[in-house]
Design a protein around this ligand. Structure first.
Ligand SMILES: C[S@@+](CC[C@H](N)C(=O)[O-])C[C@H]1O[C@@H](n2cnc3c(N)ncnc32)[C@H](O)[C@@H]1O
Length: 438
């Protein structure tokens, strides 16, 4: 018998609780046998639960007489899906309860039919008060305590705004391929179709007032537009590619910045990514947009495995990071990250930074970006890099709005604007004999 979409939802949430993989990967895996409308349903239940994670967890613990055994964690996932649907999606009560009761059978826990039924019925009765109550900062903000504390310390004036923004639905922003159409012409084209949109802050960006399905976007298939947040678009504007420059995009997949750089100038781009699978996404984007780049699957931090000893004029270094600037797009980030995983990410960033720096020519520029709002991955990382590399000069970024930190520009997520992002521009100078820059 075909597994129900609600059983798939419970399994996705269960796998997330076990930190098996990220939300998008899990949803893709569980969508294979589903119809289009079921895929959309699965996505909205699972995304919604992640946004309300800590609040729903608290409600569940208030409804259960005693905690479930670890081996029955799937029951907790079933209950959470039911609570979310009943409390946030307005689904029909009877159908929701009876379908999640049936999921206990699919998940080989038929003995728990009564338990799931009782918990969900109790939730229906006490819904309004349970939704109002929030007993901790975690449930109030739907973030883990360590992250609330870190954001508070990092952004004492902005932390509440950041936490609020992380919980809202993000805007959908497009990048107009300036080789194919001007931004103004594209805006006029979609307005004529009744689509409400406005210019974004970055030169090629267009903000839609309501999200649309990507594949059916006007001009998408023919390579006139791509979907890319405006903060991400600022990266290529800051690096400012020139014709004939040899540019390395060191952590390139799925190729948002590679393609934007190529739309801006006739540069020769080497797009490198550790993931062969993700590299294929760059290829798809290049083909759709009518652009060309050299693609290499390799670990950027092991330059012996991929570098041909020809120095680059410029490097785009969009480092793997905590993604704490894009929690509103990837609500599972709040569950997948921890202080320990942050430390290992910082170590990986340091290795990639040090290695790729070697491949930059003297006088060349390297732009470090992250979609993180944590100083440990941003300002602190750059400060330590400058301490280690006396031939690195921090260069002021003057063409970009944002918070001027001592070591780069920080964007925090804003309601109608861009994601949280960090940019730091470094230029390589001639080393002097004592290793100090001339
Ligand atoms: C933030 S994403 C890059 C997004 C991309 N720049 C864009 O604009 O579409 C980071 C990428 O770094 C890649 N990555 C992680 N570790 C790497 C490494 N050691 N060497 C090269 N790429 C790496 C990941 O596979 C991921 O695709």
């Amino acid at each position: 018998m075909k597994k129900s979409v609600r059983a798939h939802a419970a399994e996705v949430i269960d796998a997330l609780q076990n930190q098996q993989s990220n939300l998008d990967v899990l949803i893709r895996k569980h969508s294979r046998t589903l119809a289009e409308n079921e895929k959309k349903f699965l996505q909205s239940v699972c995304y919604g639960i992640c946004r309300e994670w800590f609040h729903i967890q608290e409600i569940e613990s208030l409804l259960l007489d005693k905690p479930l055994k670890a081996r029955d964690q799937i029951l907790s996932s079933i209950v959470r899906c039911g609570i979310y649907e009943l409390g946030w999606m307005g689904s029909k009560e009877h159908a929701v309860v009876s379908e999640y009761v049936d999921v206990t059978v699919t998940e080989e826990r038929p003995w728990a039919r009564g338990l799931v039924n009782a918990v969900l019925r109790q939730f229906i009765r006490k819904k309004s008060e349970l939704k109002m109550e929030r007993h901790s900062a975690q449930t109030l903000w739907n973030h883990p305590q360590w992250l609330i504390d870190t954001i508070k310390i990092s952004w004492p004036e902005h932390w509440e705004q950041v936490l609020v923004e992380n919980n809202v639905h993000p805007p959908m922003t497009l990048r107009v391929n300036r080789r194919r159409q001007t931004r103004n012409d594209y805006l006029a084209r979609i307005k004529a179709l009744g689509i409400d949109a406005e210019q974004g802050s970055a030169a090629d960006s267009v903000r839609l007032s309501r999200p649309l399905a990507v594949q059916s976007l006007e001009g998408f298939a023919e390579g006139v537009v791509s979907v890319q947040d405006e903060s991400s678009q600022w990266a290529s504007v800051i690096l400012d590619p020139q014709n004939n420059e040899r540019i390395l995009d060191a952590c390139a997949a799925p190729g948002g910045k590679t393609c934007h750089l190529l739309e801006m100038a006739n540069s020769h781009i080497i797009a490198l990514d550790i993931s062969e699978k993700r590299l294929s996404r760059i290829k798809e984007n290049l083909v759709r947009l009518g652009l060309r780049a050299e693609l290499i699957a390799a670990d950027a931090s092991h330059i012996d495995s991929w570098w041909d000893q020809q120095h680059f004029d410029a490097i785009m270094l969009d480092l793997p990071c905590s993604a704490t600037g894009v929690i509103r797009r990837n609500p599972d980030v709040r569950l997948m990250r921890s202080e320990t995983s942050l430390k290992s990410l910082i170590g990986m960033q340091t290795m990639i930074l040090d290695a790729t720096w070697e491949t930059l020519k003297v006088g060349g520029r390297l732009l470090v970006t992250t979609c993180s709002i944590l100083p440990q991955e941003n300002q602190h990382q750059i400060k330590k890099f400058l301490d280690r590399h006396k031939d690195a000069q921090l260069t002021a970024i003057t063409n970009t709005p944002g918070i001027n930190t001592e070591f780069g520009i920080q964007h925090l997520p804003t309601h109608s604007g861009g994601d949280g992002f960090f940019y730091s521009l470094l230029v390589k100078s001639e080393p002097s004999y004592d290793g100090v820059s001339a």
